[in-house]
Design a protein around this ligand. Structure first.
Ligand SMILES: Cc1ncc(CN)c(N)n1
Length: 214
């Protein structure tokens, strides 16, 4: 693998392609296919994901604090307040009530994912924080955008809706744009650190879907 992106390759695309084959395994994962056709067992997955989203929300707060521009703080803060704290929060409560979800102990992959998010949150290093946020959102846009039709039940359908469409595409475009803006200014060691976090997050996404599949 090359030590950095070429002149024509945006930093985010370099990170993504260097995270294969896990990246493609996430966006084409059988569990994601089961969300599309309505057969995925969402209870265990959402019980675990509710715990993921708690740390993810803290990480968004860290991005607001660590960002190097006012515009970025506003964009992340808006997403945090509108999408995560409002739409997604309401979804979790309705979906877990429908499925009879409980407060389950965290699975090993949930513990590891939360530990990675805590690690980059505590680093207060904006590019590292962006790396985890970008993997989490871009992989989800990847599988959710593969929808051919939408399943009838709200639990599956709204989970796809939350991770696809023009607003979510713009959010992922923002995260990628931030990495593309900051990547060229990093030295080799800085790029390697971002890539390491990006790859670890991609592997954890794959393992999270593996766990959900049972
Ligand atoms: C594990 C995981 N990764 C990503 C997302 C999308 N925010 C999520 N809800 N859960």
């Amino acid at each position: 693998m090359s030590e950095g992106p070429g002149f024509e390759t945006p930093f985010s695309e370099w990170l993504r392609s260097a995270s294969e084959p896990d990246w493609t395994a996430v966006v084409t994962h059988p569990f994601a296919a089961g969300i599309h056709d309505g057969t995925a067992d969402m209870r265990r997955y959402l019980e675990q994901d509710f715990q993921f989203v708690d740390s993810f929300t803290a990480l968004l707060g860290a991005a607001v604090a660590a960002a190097d521009t006012f515009e970025a703080r506003v964009a992340v803060g808006r997403f945090l307040g509108q999408t995560v704290a409002d739409t997604e929060h309401s979804y979790f409560h309705r979906a877990l009530a429908e499925l009879g979800g409980e407060q389950a102990p965290p699975e090993p992959v949930t513990v590891e994912f939360r530990a990675l998010m805590d690690e980059v949150r505590l680093s207060q290093d904006y590019p590292l924080i962006l790396a985890v946020l970008c993997v989490a959102e871009w992989t989800y846009l990847g599988w959710a955008s593969r929808a051919i039709g939408l399943p009838a039940g709200f639990v599956h359908r709204e989970w796809i809706d939350l991770h696809s469409g023009p607003e979510f595409e713009a959010w992922v475009g923002f995260l990628r744009g931030e990495l593309d803006r900051l990547g060229p200014g990093l030295d080799e060691n800085g790029r390697a650190r971002v890539l390491d976090v990006f790859r670890r997050a991609t592997t954890l996404e794959r393992r999270f879907f593996d766990m959900a599949l049972g």
